[in-house]
Design a protein around this ligand. Structure first.
Ligand SMILES: [Zn+2]
Length: 704
């Protein structure tokens, strides 16, 4: 008996010590636990393994907790340096792992990563609450905030103090313990629900395929689309057939060109029913819970609605201002869209058909009408829009504006073979940062296009920490022997995301928290959207639009057609977008935490504004990722809000010259470099000399 116990004890010891050893080894092997030993200290993707994330998250949380304890237990009186600054830099390891992880779960995820995400979400939610609801810490923050008039601080320090203090208040620091406990529950639930929401869309998006077996069902499709579909079929084990998916580069051309109305309807309905199929991936109950919990949280914190809570931080300030703004655009946009619908209906009738225009017909007849009116066809343009040329065209614009250069580096570790890495340098050759681009769709990537940071720019002890930025997209990929040829829409998106990248790259701020794109949500789209203006400028188009076979520059006649057709279908585009903005606002101005019937709520919302049945809201609630799984809740309006800014800001370039150095420098110094270090309107006025006017936007959209 004794012997057995002894044996068990020693076996236990053995186990313990070997697991300690294993732990130690794991720590040594975990790239997150030391400086990234790579060029420019970028993430060593060749060494990072899935099993490294969770321990790094846990360690990162622990490390930040310790530092915060030290701040709280500091016997010195609270100062900006020992409290606000110390807090700002307390989570270095956590930020490091989170940046890589978030990039991966968006751009290149898998079941293992999704599992880790679910484990990490509640840990992070709790950790964040532990900070915001730490009474000792808040006491110190409040003490510094209380003397802010007396402190001699730079405007940036002022902003950091302000932002930190508000984050505590908005995080519930002033609530009773009982309410704080409920807030913690809500935050945890929300973190998991929004994760699940996004995961469901990814799965629904990948699950659907439309396999075409008969050649006659390809009627109307251009050869390049057919080749792409044949390759997609091969990848999906349907060799010899043709497959279409819900990825935009596959679906949109099908909707534009397929003569098979019932197939257009099939793929279109699959798209708009994502998350609404009453299966295990259904998002209705999830989003309705999210909306209810957000309302409850807002109430707890003393706001009438989630929108009120969110908008206080934005330029728009309150829900009424957003509604007023949206309504101002809605009437002329709807009138334009109705007129467009009539034109498309007339086309149908002219073809001798007697059906009523439906949403799955819109793309098809719009494409036809465009051809008829402007002799312009998407497939005429694509050969001039080779992705690499367009990308270099965007880089060239940045070069002419800011003198910066982007040069490909092949010695930087990547997470996927599609990724390319560019080193960004000043005109004088000094290093600015790195840009990763990852442009093609795949099952491991969520839909859409975005910019993200692996490392934000900041200064530590006077030394610059250089930014590492990524641009991810789902653009048309090479098919057959053709390179990747983009649509004009895709070009705008590429320039748009590159604009966000410039905001991150050219940032010049001391604190990470205020750096680059850390600005109000309705301001963040200014640097991105303004780049779209250069993308569509005739002089600039000529620099990047070269025929992929002949190298010939796009003929002036085609550019004229692009220009002439620029207002085409703008009613549709504006209406489907605005409808989504209204829907977002409606979900988030709920004043009561009540779960609702999603379909009824959405229908009521869209009926209220009078959306016509021929147009479907750009995002239906069950796949409205921006607002239920991204950071755009009560913020989807931001794109068009920022369009007022970008249209007006671009006027400044039109007045002085597209590449006028003084204007470019003013934009760089006052907007791009400043990040969130000052109030957006103050920055804007310094650049433009006045507040923006809505006129330029109305003119651009043909709504004046
Ligand atoms: Zn954007």
């Amino acid at each position: 008996m004794k012997q057995t116990i002894l044996f068990l004890v020693s076996a236990g010891l053995l186990l313990l010590s070997s697991s300690n050893q294993a732990d130690k080894k794991a720590v040594e092997a975990n790239p997150f636990f030391s400086e990234f030993n790579t060029l420019f200290n970028v993430p060593p993707f060749d060494k990072i393994k899935e099993e490294h994330y969770l321990p790094a998250f846990k360690q990162g949380i622990k490390q930040q907790q310790k530092r915060i304890e030290a701040i709280v237990n500091n016997s010195d009186v609270p100062t900006f340096k020992n409290t606000i600054e110390a807090l700002e830099s307390s989570g270095a390891l956590l930020t490091k792992v989170r940046n890589v992880f978030n990039n991966m779960t968006s751009a290149h995820t898998n079941d293992e990563l999704q599992k880790i995400a679910k484990e990490v979400a509640p840990l992070l939610s709790k950790h964040n609450d532990d900070i915001k609801l730490n009474a000792g810490l808040f006491k110190r923050v409040k003490a510094v905030y209380g003397q802010k008039e007396k402190l001699e601080m730079s405007s940036e320090q002022n902003k950091l103090l302000e932002k930190t203090y508000k984050e505590f208040v908005r995080g519930g620091a002033n609530l009773s313990l009982e309410k704080q406990a409920r807030l913690r529950e809500i935050n945890e639930k929300l973190s998991l629900l929004s994760l699940k929401f996004g995961e469901n869309i990814l799965k629904e998006n990948n699950a659907f395929e439309m396999v075409i077996e008969k050649e006659e069902d390809l009627a109307g499709l251009p050869p390049s689309v057919i080749t792409g579909a044949s390759e997609a079929a091969k990848e999906r084990d349907h060799e010899g057939k043709w497959a279409f998916t819900l990825h935009k580069p596959s679906m949109i051309p099908f909707l534009q060109y397929s003569e098979k109305r019932e197939l257009r309807e099939k793929i279109f309905k699959a798209y708009i029913n994502r998350g609404n199929n009453n299966n295990e991936l259904d998002n209705k109950a999830i989003l309705s819970k999210i909306a209810a919990l957000r309302a409850e949280k807002a109430n707890l914190l003393g706001y009438r609605s989630h929108a009120e809570f969110v908008l206080e931080k934005n330029m728009a300030k309150e829900p009424d201002n957003v509604y007023k703004f949206l309504n101002q655009l809605w009437k002329p946009a709807l009138a334009r869209a109705k007129q467009e619908a009539r034109e498309l209906q007339a086309m149908i009738e002219k073809e001798g058909k007697d059906f009523k225009l439906e949403p799955w017909d819109w793309w098809y007849y719009a494409e036809k009408l465009k051809k008829l009116k402007y002799d312009l066809d998407d497939s005429l343009l694509r050969p001039y829009f080779r992705l690499e040329n367009v990308r270099d065209g965007a880089f060239a614009v940045a070069n002419r504006l800011y003198g910066i250069t982007l040069e490909e580096r092949t010695d930087i570790p990547k997470y996927h073979e599609d990724v390319k890495v560019f080193e960004v340098k000043e005109a004088d050759g000094s290093h600015i940062g790195l840009l990763y681009v990852d442009y093609f769709p795949r099952a491991s990537k969520r839909g859409g296009a975005w910019m993200n940071s692996y490392r934000k720019q900041s200064r530590r002890e006077g030394k610059t920490v250089h930014p590492v930025i990524s641009n991810v997209g789902n653009f048309s990929k090479p098919t057959g022997d053709k390179p990747a040829l983009l649509s004009f829409e895709e070009i705008l998106t590429l320039f748009h995301e590159f604009g966000h990248a410039l905001h991150g790259l050219l940032s010049n701020s001391t604190y990470e928290k205020l750096s680059g794109t850390s600005v109000a949500r309705d301001f963040v789209e200014l640097p991105s959207q303004i780049m779209e203006n250069w993308a569509s400028d005739p002089e600039v188009i000529k620099t990047y639009a070269k025929h992929y076979e002949t190298g010939e520059t796009i003929p002036q006649s085609l550019i004229d057609k692009i220009k002439k057709s620029s207002l085409f279908n703008q009613g549709f585009a504006t209406v489907e977008y605005l409808a989504a903005s209204f829907l977002d606002m409606d979900w988030h101005t709920l004043t009561e935490a009540k779960e609702l019937n999603v379909e009824k709520f959405e229908t009521d919302s869209l009926n209220r504004i009078g959306l016509i049945p021929e147009i479907v809201v750009r995002y239906k609630s069950p796949y409205f990722r921006h607002i239920f799984s991204g950071g755009y809740s009560s913020g989807y309006y931001s794109y068009i809000w920022a369009e007022v800014l970008d249209a007006d800001a671009f006027e400044a370039f039109k007045e002085t010259g597209l590449f006028d150095q003084k204007t470019a420098l003013a934009f760089r110094k006052n907007i791009l470099e400043k990040g969130g270090t000052e109030e957006p309107m103050a920055l804007y006025k310094r650049f433009r000399g006045a507040e923006p006017k809505i006129d330029a936007l109305l003119k651009r959209r043909g709504l004046n």
